[in-house]
Ligand binder design. Structure first.
Ligand SMILES: [Zn+2]
Ligand SMILES: [Zn+2]
Ligand SMILES: [Zn+2]
Length: 153
């Protein structure tokens, strides 16, 4: 059991957990085709100040600091994963923690583009196709089921 016993009280650092098992089940596969509009209001109360997008059904709901419709939505649907329009962090209601995963990368990138009009500067996960001098092909000897290898950095 991996425990995080090394963290100390007093620091308010958000370190998302990387082992959330719910992400994979709660992401629709077609996120690359979804248009994301970070200015969308909450479906329930129309508040547009601080919303989360459910990655299970792509509904937009307000945070617990507004009217808590995102949390309510989780309770009534068991959709676990939401991404913040405010800071692009991802929250799992089941883990009750911030989470991250390479699976979320295209979604975070799409949100970032919608919010700031550009891709995130540290988006090294984005496929960069360079045709010149790319000789590094030929990996993937052990390509066993899944593609959930160790995350880089
Ligand atoms: Zn989780
Ligand atoms: Zn609301
Ligand atoms: Zn949902």
């Amino acid at each position: 059991m991996a425990t995080a016993a090394s963290s100390q009280a007093g620091y308010h650092r958000v370190v998302p957990r990387t082992n959330c098992p719910h992400i994979r089940d709660h992401i629709s596969p077609n996120w690359a085709e979804v248009t994301i509009d970070v200015s969308k209001p909450c479906i329930e109360c129309n508040d547009a100040s601080e919303n989360w997008r459910c990655l299970g059904c792509q509904g937009v709901y307000c945070s617990r600091y507004i009217n808590g419709h995102a949390a309510e939505h989780n309770k009534s649907t068991s959709h676990s994963i939401s991404i913040s329009f405010s800071d692009l962090s991802t929250w799992c209601y089941t883990c009750d923690d911030y989470v991250t995963s390479p699976l979320l990368h295209p979604i975070t990138t799409a949100l970032h583009v919608s919010k700031f009009g550009e891709v995130p500067p540290n988006s090294d996960g984005i496929e960069i196709v360079s045709e010149e001098g790319s000789t590094g092909i030929g990996e993937g000897t052990s390509d066993s089921a899944g593609g959930s290898g160790p995350s880089k950095a």
